[in-house]
Design a protein around this ligand. Structure first.
Ligand code: SF4
Ligand code: SF4
Length: 59
């Protein structure tokens, strides 16, 4: 399991990046964020701080 960002909804605020304990969230073109799902430990911290709820758990 891992979390994934819906880049169509992300507003590029950056709030999720510093709260990830394994630093697997990085900036993509335009300032939106992307999760390296192979490194995600499924903690849910990022989803809790996203103001537009565009981070969700996936299989
Ligand atoms: S669920 Fe946790 S480990 Fe995975 S990207 Fe979000 S903050 Fe990082
Ligand atoms: S907190 Fe949400 S809106 Fe902000 S950069 Fe992360 S995914 Fe995008």
């Amino acid at each position: 399991m891992a979390y994934r960002i819906d880049e169509n909804v992300c507003i590029a605020c950056g709030a999720c990046e510093p709260v990830c304990p394994v630093e697997c969230i990085s900036e993509t073109d335009g300032g939106k964020r992307s999760i390296a799902e192979a490194d995600c430990i499924d903690c849910g911290a990022c989803a809790g701080v996203c103001p537009v709820q565009c981070i969700a758990e996936v299989d």
